[in-house]
Structures are given as C-alpha cells and as structure tokens.
Design a protein around this ligand. Structure first.
Ligand SMILES: *Cc1c(COP(=O)(O)O)cnc(C)c1O
Length: 381
C-alpha cells in the first residue's frame, strides 16, 4: 500500500458523474456542456472531462486553448468549445485538434479564417454577443458587423457558424431583472443573425445557476461548471443537497505535530491567536502555498478530533495550527478542511462564507503541491 499522504485533494468521480446526470435532468431537452477550465475547477482536467462524458455531457468547455488541447491529449473526443484567445493565438493547433472556437470580433474571425485557409479546412465557430454582462462578446451595436464578417467567411468556406451564444451576469440571483433583459437581448441578436442568414445550430446562454433556476435561458445547450463539481451555484437560495448535487472534492491532511502548550501562548505569525487556556495544538501541513486562503486565519473551519474547530492564528505558506482544546489527537490523524459535508466536515461553501469569497475560488485555487487522488472510477473510460 502507498504511504499515507501528508495532504490530498480526493475527488469522487462518481459524484461528478452523478452531478452531470442531475444537470441533464434540469436541462431537459437541452444538451449539457461541462466546463472544465482552470484544471476542472481544481479537480483535475483530464479526470473531470472523462467523468463528465461518462455522466452524459455531450460538450466540454474551456476558457483557453491550452486547456482544450489538454482534454484532447487525455483522449476525450467529445466536442469542445474554447472561448478566450488573444491576437496571434495558434488557431491551427485548435483546428488540428477539432476544437470549436469563439469569436467576439471581426478581427478574431479573420484570424480564425486565415488559420482555416492555411490548413485547407473549415473552422467551427460560435459567435458571442454581449447581452449585458459587459465582459466578452460583441456589443449589440457591433453585432451586425460580426455577422456580416461571419456570413462572408461562411460563404468562402473557411468558417462554419455552429453557435451563437452569450453569458449571464446575475444568474446566481434567481429572478434578478437582468436575467430576462439579457435573454431578450440574446433573442434580438438571434433575430438579427436570422435576418443576415447566419443560422446557428446551437444557441447557448445558461451557466450552472441558470441551468437549475432559469429554464427559459436553456436554449439548445447549457454550460455548467460549478454544479458539476457538486457546489451550489445559488448558495443564498439552495444548498447543493437541496439541488441534488454532491460536492466531489475532499481536502484533507494529517497532523504533522500535536503538542500541549500553556495558557496565554501566542500562536503562529503575529500572535493573532493566544491560547485562552492550557491546550493541545495540532499542526496541519497545508498553507497559502497550497491554496488555503490566508484570509482563513482565525476563521477557517476544519474537522479534527471529532469536531469542527477553527484555525488558530495566521495561515502560513506551508502550515497552520488548530486549537484542539483537551481533545485526544496524535500525529498522523486526519484533518478534513472541506468535503461533501455528510460526515460533519465543513464544505467548500462554508469556507467561502468564512473567508468572504465564493466556493468556486476555494476549490479552484488549490495549488499543484496538493496531489489529486481519485475514487469512483468505475465506468469512466
Ligand atoms: C466559467 C463559465 C461558465 C460556467 O459557469 P458556472 O457558474 O461555473 O456554471 C459558463 N460559461 C462561461 C462563458 C464561463 O466562463
């Protein structure tokens, strides 16, 4: 048997698979794209992509091209859309790997078309309209120019317009008026495309939050990220459990040292924690160098010695301390920072609330020093 690990992020691929199946239920007639950007939100891109396909995802989505190529390198053949690029992007690599590309502006479409012409192939493109997020995509007043460029590239055979798409700003606040306004702006963009004879097979707008709470935004395909990993996209309204989702990642470590200290002892850099009594301290070998937020100093919850306890003092680069009171513990005992929450341990959502962020950041920021280990592999190619 392998030596027990100092720390690990254990990922239950059966949970990812089941979450995707649950999302297919929410999506009904729409297909499900699983978003695996940023190393599968920290869960590992290759394993996540395979589990997603096993769960019924018919598309995968990545931000940058390197991620899409990594999915292909893992042997996954499902359609992939990659949507964030800069001038000079190696589009020929994308075309060679059969990756769909997003275009936000005519210059980008021209770059893609040039790469397709050079390879003697046709690029598959999804035109993005900015329906109100104010981030990527063409503004409504630039949309006609993008459609005209697309119609020309389609006519000369360098580009095939597969999709028209957009992204929501406030889907995590169900009922927010911007959701319906963005949907109407998206409809306008689709009508304009139709008038210019640009007829996408696939229209897509919804993220995880809209998948579970705004069916009118589903169109032909939903793009689900966070819900795939079992975390609630609408945590102010419904927990992951209420949504039928299971958090896939458990971050755990083993005590590197357990020791008694007297009352009034300062703990960790800056002495921001002082022991209220004689107590037992446990040293956990994880820190901000591993992605544990320094903002968790004195507030981060951990499951240790049979109870939820708070981090004592400052989170350091490689380690932090937990005050165990008079509980019994020894070196090598398990400490769980977060997991599905079914055995009393905190969740990534609890960590997000304790540190003033969102669960996305808690799982995605985990560093490369933490090995990812996998379970629930049955039936995943
Ligand atoms: C990250 C991302 C998603 C997935 O968002 P979730 O909230 O994680 O479901 C979907 N679409 C785009 C364009 C994204 O950047």
């Amino acid at each position: 048997m392998d030596a027990p690990l100092r720390a690990e992020a254990y990922v239950d691929l059966a949970a990812i698979r089941a979450n995707v199946a649950a999302l297919r239920g929410y999506a009904r007639d729409a297909d499900v794209m699983v978003v695996v950007k940023a190393d599968g939100y920290g869960h590992g891109i290759a394993a996540t992509a395979r589990a997603a396909v096993a769960g019924g995802a018919t598309w995968l989505g990545t931000a940058v091209l390197e991620e899409a190529l990594a999915v292909r390198a893992a042997g996954v053949t499902a359609p992939i859309l990659s949507w964030l690029a800069t001038p000079g992007e190696p589009y020929e690599d994308a075309l060679a790997a059969d990756i769909d590309l997003a275009a936000y502006a005519p210059w980008q479409l021209a770059d893609i078309a040039a790469a397709a012409a050079a390879r003697g192939t046709t690029a598959r493109v999804h035109l993005k309209v900015d329906s109100g997020l104010g981030r990527g995509g063409a503004q409504p007043h630039d949309w006609a120019a993008l459609l005209d460029a697309a119609a020309r590239a389609q006519a000369d055979g360098t580009v095939h317009i597969v999709g028209v798409w957009s992204h929501l700003a406030c889907a995590d606040e169900p009922g927010h008026p911007s959701i319906e306004l963005q949907r109407k702006a998206f409809e306008q963009a689709l009508s304009e495309a139709e008038r210019k004879a640009v007829r996408p097979e696939i229209r897509h707008l919804a993220n995880s939050a809209a998948t579970v709470s705004a069916p009118r935004t589903h169109y032909d395909l939903v793009r689900a990220g966070i819900a795939t990993y079992g975390l609630s996209p609408i945590p102010d309204h419904q927990t992951s459990e209420q949504l039928g989702l299971t958090p896939a990642m458990t971050l755990r470590a083993r005590f590197a040292l357990v020791k008694r200290v007297p009352k009034g002892h300062g703990v960790s850099y800056g002495h921001r924690y002082v022991t209220p009594d004689a107590t037992t301290l446990g040293l956990v070998p994880l820190g901000y160098g591993d992605g544990v937020p320094r903002a968790a100093s004195n507030v981060g919850p951990v499951w240790a010695a049979g109870a939820v306890r708070r981090i004592a003092g400052t989170v350091c680069m490689d380690q932090f301390v937990v005050d165990l009171g008079d509980a019994t513990a020894k070196e090598g005992d398990d400490v769980v920072l977060f997991g599905p929450g079914t055995s009393g341990e905190p969740t990534a959502q609890d960590w997000a609330e304790a540190t003033g962020t969102i669960s996305y950041e808690i799982v995605t920021r985990l560093g490369t020093r933490v090995p990812r280990t996998y379970g629930g592999l049955e039936g995943i190619a």
